[in-house]
Design a protein around this ligand. Structure first.
Ligand SMILES: [Zn+2]
Length: 115
């Protein structure tokens, strides 16, 4: 099974190496190159409305899954305990539903924040 290494960094480096998940706690963001090898950089903001990172001292997990719908490769995978598990591609309507849900979650989150 494919694995990904992780690197805790203060700043996101200019050159992103393949197979490494760079995590900046300071900027609440993580970045890695799409694991399919297409070379696209995937930015995953870390927040209650975006991605959640789990570090168990050895391996990292990102939740939810990563769906690169805006890339040509359309790859979809999970990073669980530094292992990459490919998921099936979503159908068009699922992507739309997923996006809708995502923006609804965001709305709730930001509303909560303002109260
Ligand atoms: Zn890709």
């Amino acid at each position: 099974m494919k694995t990904i290494q992780h690197k805790f960094v203060k700043f996101i480096p200019e050159v992103i190496e393949e197979g490494i998940l760079y995590i900046s706690i300071e900027y609440c963001t993580a970045i890695h190159k799409c694991v399919c090898g297409c070379g696209n950089e995937v930015v995953t903001p870390l927040s209650p409305a975006d991605w959640e990172i789990t570090f168990n001292g050895k391996t990292v997990s990102l939740d939810p899954s990563i769906g690169n719908w805006s890339f040509e490769c359309q790859s979809h995978y999970f990073i669980t305990r530094s292992k990459i598990r490919f998921a099936r591609r979503w159908k068009e309507w699922e992507i739309k539903e997923g996006r809708k849900e995502d923006s609804e979650n965001k709305e709730k989150y930001f509303k909560k924040k303002r109260d």
